[in-house]
Design a protein around this ligand. Structure first.
Ligand code: SAM
Length: 256
């Protein structure tokens, strides 16, 4: 039996179709991962054999017109994984005080030109609300260039700002630590927790929870299966370039 959840209703609907042949053995929920304990209980399970977190955004979200994740698109700057509620990225860019916008871009994007970028966004939005992805990408790129980015950029100059907005809109780091701990509670002894993260802020939380629960600081509940984080091979990245930032960690639940 597989019990799955995704906060994106489109992803859940797609998977319902894909897993239809498994009948009642695949149970899918439109929910945030902070609800995994409630979902498992609702499905009648107090314990499970394995939990996989495949974090971040999907290629479908990135590539579907209208979702607002891509800097080269004329889409509305939306970026919400769950479109049932919450502010969009355009709301943050237009409404946050400039200082908060700079802090957010620095913290979640690890962008050293965050102040110049926030100033440029502040100037642009004073003239007219910033609504489209390609608009913000152009403003950010110009601000980052004038801030003196040297050498040939490996990534688009708006990449870090887009990552920051996406993390903020979806509160991506909120609840991750609690959800990982809930997953460990749910595991049977010998059961495995596997987590794939796609940026260092997320991976740091995963690393700290797994290390902490493997006896470094707290009573041991896990045995680490990956002493070092597992990264994709060059061959995998060549086959699937979007795997390049993936970081996998795994652990096994110890007996009580
Ligand atoms: C890297 S994709 C993986 C999707 C799927 N495993 C696949 O291989 O196609 C990450 C998925 O996690 C979902 N997601 C991100 N944060 C979530 C959260 N807090 N709760 C539930 N789902 C979340 C996203 O909506 C996205 O569909």
């Amino acid at each position: 039996m597989l019990i799955g959840c995704d906060r994106d209703g489109d992803a859940v609907n797609l998977c319902r179709g894909r897993f239809a042949s498994f009948g009642p053995a695949a149970r899918l929920h439109h929910a945030h991962f902070r609800e995994i304990k409630r979902i498992a209980a609702a499905e009648g399970h107090e314990a499970v054999d394995g939990v996989l977190f495949d974090l971040g955004i999907s290629s479908i979200q990135l590539d579907t017109p209208g979702r607002g994740f891509r800097f080269d698109s004329p889409d509305l700057l939306d970026m919400r994984m769950d479109r049932r509620s919450g502010p969009t990225a355009a709301d943050l860019v237009n409404d946050l005080p400039e200082g908060e916008l700079a802090d957010l871009i620095y913290r979640y994007g690890e962008e050293r030109h965050s102040r110049a970028i926030a100033r440029a966004l502040g100037r642009a939005r004073a003239r007219k609300a910033i609504e489209r992805c390609d608009e913000i990408a152009a403003i950010v790129a110009a601000a980052a260039r004038s801030g003196g980015r040297r050498g040939r950029a490996r990534i688009h100059p708006a990449t870090r700002t887009f990552q920051a907005l996406r993390i903020a809109v979806n509160c991506e780091l909120d609840g991750l630590e609690a959800a990982l701990r809930d997953a460990v509670d749910l595991l049977r002894p010998g059961g495995r927790l596997v987590v794939i993260a796609f940026h260092s802020l997320e991976d740091r939380i995963v690393k700290n929870v797994m290390r902490g629960l493997s006896g470094k600081g707290e009573a041991a509940r896990l045995r680490l299966l990956t002493k070092k984080v597992v990264r994709p091979s060059e061959a995998e990245v060549a086959r699937n370039p979007r795997s390049r930032s993936a970081r996998l960690r795994a652990a096994e639940k110890l007996g009580d």
